[in-house]
Design a protein around this ligand. Sequence first.
Ligand SMILES: *Cc1c(COP(=O)(O)O)cnc(C)c1O
Length: 402
Amino acid sequence: MFSERFVLADRVLNVAPSPTLAVNAKAKALRAAGADILNFSVGEPDLSTPAHVCEAGKRAIEEGRTRYTPAAGILELRQAVCTKLKEEQGWDYQPDDVQISCGGKHGLYNIFQAILNPGDEVLIFAPYWVSYPPMVQLAGGTPVIVPLRQERRFDIDPDVVARYITDKTKAIVLNSPSNPTGAVYSLAALAEVARMALAGGWLVITDDMYEELFYGEGRVPHILHADPRLQGQTVLSNGVSKSFAMTGWRIGYSAGPREVIRAMNKIQSQSTSNPAAPSQYAALAALTGPQDFPRQMREAFLPRRAYFVDALEAIAGVSCVAPMGAFYVFPNFSAYYGKTFNGRVIDGSVALADYFLSEAQVASVPGAAFGADDFIRFSFATSLDTIKQGMARIKQALAALR
Ligand SMILES: *Cc1c(COP(=O)(O)O)cnc(C)c1O
């Protein structure tokens, strides 16, 4: 047996393992034992990748486009990203301002690696996507968690942000629509953040992964709409994983100041070299082909979202803000904390999610994973029928608590 302290790096020992893993492992074990588990824990669309995208990937393989590509990604795809940003948003970018990465996640990882020095602080809103704090830590930075409130529908409160600013603030992460809350930040709040970012010289990182899954009118408000002057210090992060149901292809993209993108390319060239070539051609087909897929997905999600929110709100003590984007509901169950089942106290989201799993055969993700213990995340990237069954079970399980 080796000593972990001796063998493993501090950077690994200092990063907390995901609290979702315990629930996940238990769900798998129960399923293997034959239990009828309804799974609401998945963070990916339940639709298949569009056929024309798969065809483009196959064609790339058949035509031998199976070698290394430039570290930044193939020029055609970077150009397609620029065209998309210009046509949809009116923003000007050149291919040299764009990096293709192994998923949006690795793009974000590259950004933090490229910009952070020890002690640099990054403002992250909670509830947050699980990977932001560890990514910042792995790059030597310090995550500074800024709370968002359910009462404000998880919109940014600029006065609260102001309290977390120090002379070490280096960057801020925006994620709208948000995973896990589904919240969309208001243009007014973004304008205030833009003002602070310009004054402080921070880098603004926008994780726009769910931009296509917006349930409001028009396009999602973006900080570059609030103040276009910010473009010179903003890095956009996006990808095809969610919008084209391509999670397994591993293609993301970032666009931003050329110096930052160049630094990110340096890191990519010394780590992954480049994302898989056939996947890049498939993503090219996704961005340049018919754009009706995200709309179809949105339409498929609408009735599920409506049912989920109504059913949750109908349960005594449960409240749920209707998500304005993405495919998650994030209800507040804190009224049930402190209650017991067979003498076992439900003391928070981990215990409640565990209870839902063992007593109701419903898998979900405890809010603690997102820095918000009052809540539990359920994905509605699953059939309406599954949602109806799941809600009936949840309701019954909650009623059994004393
Ligand atoms: C899924 C997701 C990503 C990254 O997805 P990839 O599969 O790495 O492309 C990034 N941010 C958020 C908020 C996500 O939910």
